[in-house]
Each structure stands twice: as structure tokens, then as C-alpha cells.
Write a protein that binds this ligand. Structure first.
Ligand code: HEC
Length: 204
């Protein structure tokens, strides 16, 4: 019996050591690498207005001018922040995730699994990961669709996806299809999603 006591004691110590490494040392090591990540402010994110934003200004000159004035880092920042706020306010996150998981071959559909670096910026705090996927993940949306597609889709999703059950957001657009300020902002935001991925990580 004495022999077994010693054995259990040593095994207990061993388990304690493994638990200590896994629950204390390992997270601490990972934390160290997160500390080195740059946080991007809205000024950083909007420093270079996207092609899609420029295109909105070209395609709807009067409406764009009235809503945002000229294309500039300032107007782009304003559009991105408003777009993010509308995304939150309309609960788009209730049906869409912004997080590519490492399971279920999601890589093949949405691209590289999400990394912590992508969320270290002003537009991702609070995170909009979402918990449900009634519609597809949107974290790599930039460039997947044209501005026109987004406009037609937001006005009435069935315009482009006949089986869609996504609600209409036509109140962000004029009767002739030109975006109101909110419409511009939502499209600019959707065309921004995925830009914080490192270049080489974007799956073609
Ligand atoms: C009730 C659930 C629901 C809500 C709320 C919702 N969506 Fe969707 N969304 C869907 C579904 C389902 C699809 C897939 C069919 C389609 O493309 O319309 C979709 C598709 C999309 C797509 C197309 C993605 C792609 O490239 O194929 C975009 C972009 C999108 N939604 C943006 C939004 C935005 C922005 C909002 C909020 C203003 C929103 N959705 C709110 C259900 C929803």
C-alpha cells in the first residue's frame, strides 16, 4: 500500500505540472505575442479610401456630394463608422457572422480562418463575430460583389437571389436606386470587410 501512495503522489504532482503549463504558462506565452500587435484607429483604417468608395462617388456624384462631400480620408472614416453603426443597429449580426472558424472546411468557402490581428482595430471593437449564420459569413466580403450588386441586394435581396429570406433595406435608397447617406455607408462598410487581413492571407 505504501508503494501505491508514493505512486499516486508523484502522479498527482505530474498532473499538477501539466495543468500549470496548460492553464498558466501557455496562455501567458500567447498573450505576449498578442501584445505586439498594432491597434489600428479609424484614421489608420480610412487613410486610403477604397476603390469602391471612389466608385460610389463617381456613379452617384450629386447624391454622394450631398451625403459626404468629397472623397477623402475623413469622409471615408465617417462612412465606415456610420456603416458599422447601421450594421449593429439593424442587427445584421443576428443573421451574419464575421468569424471564419477552423472547423467544417470553412476555409474552402470563406477563406483563411480569422486571426486575432484582424480584430485589433476601431471598427471591430466591439467584435461583431455573431453567433448565428442565417446568411453567409461576411468577414471577407470586400470585392466579392460589385457596388451595384450590393445596392440591388439591399433594396430587395430577391432582386439578385430569388430564394433569399433576407429583409429589404430599401429605405436607405431613393426610388430610382440612388443610395441615401445610409445606403452609401452600408455599401462602403461591406466593401471594407476583410481588408485587415494580411495581403498574403487572402485566399484568391
Ligand atoms: C433574417 C436574417 C438576415 C438579416 C437580418 C440580414 N441578412 Fe444578409 N443575408 C441573409 C441571407 C439568408 C443571405 C443569403 C441570401 C442572399 O444573398 O440574399 C444574406 C446575404 C447577404 C449578403 C450577400 C453575401 C454574399 O456575398 O453572398 C450581404 C452582403 C448581406 N446579407 C448583408 C446584410 C446586411 C448589411 C444586413 C443588415 C443591414 C443583413 N444582411 C441582414 C440573411 C439576413
Amino acid at each position: 500500500m505504501e508503494r501505491f501512495n508514493t505512486l499516486f503522489f508523484v502522479a498527482g504532482l505530474g498532473c499538477f505540472a501539466i495543468a500549470a503549463v496548460l492553464s498558466m504558462v501557455f496562455p501567458f506565452m500567447t498573450m505576449q505575442s498578442y501584445h505586439g500587435m498594432d491597434y489600428q484607429t479609424i484614421e489608420d483604417l480610412a487613410a486610403v479610401p477604397s476603390n469602391e468608395f471612389v466608385q460610389l462617388a463617381t456613379d452617384f456624384p450629386e447624391e454622394f456630394q450631398a451625403a459626404f462631400g468629397e472623397v477623402s480620408p475623413d469622409s471615408y472614416a465617417e462612412a465606415l463608422l456610420l456603416g458599422r453603426d447601421l450594421y449593429v443597429g439593424q442587427a445584421c449580426w443576428h443573421c451574419h457572422s464575421q468569424y471564419v472558424r477552423v472547423v467544417s472546411n470553412e476555409e474552402q468557402r470563406f477563406g483563411k480562418p480569422s486571426t486575432a490581428q484582424e480584430f485589433q482595430n476601431a471598427l471591430n471593437q466591439p467584435h461583431l463575430w455573431g453567433t448565428r449564420r442565417v446568411g453567409p459569413d461576411l468577414s471577407r466580403e470586400k470585392g466579392k460583389r460589385s457596388n451595384d450588386w450590393h445596392i440591388a441586394h439591399l433594396i430587395n435581396p430577391k432582386n439578385v437571389v430569388p430564394t433569399s429570406i433576407m429583409p429589404r433595406y430599401d429605405f436607405y435608397f431613393e426610388d430610382d436606386g440612388a443610395p441615401k447617406k445610409e445606403g452609401f455607408a452600408l455599401v462602403a462598410y461591406l466593401q471594407w470587410l476583410g481588408t485587415t487581413l494580411y495581403e498574403e492571407e487572402v485566399t484568391p
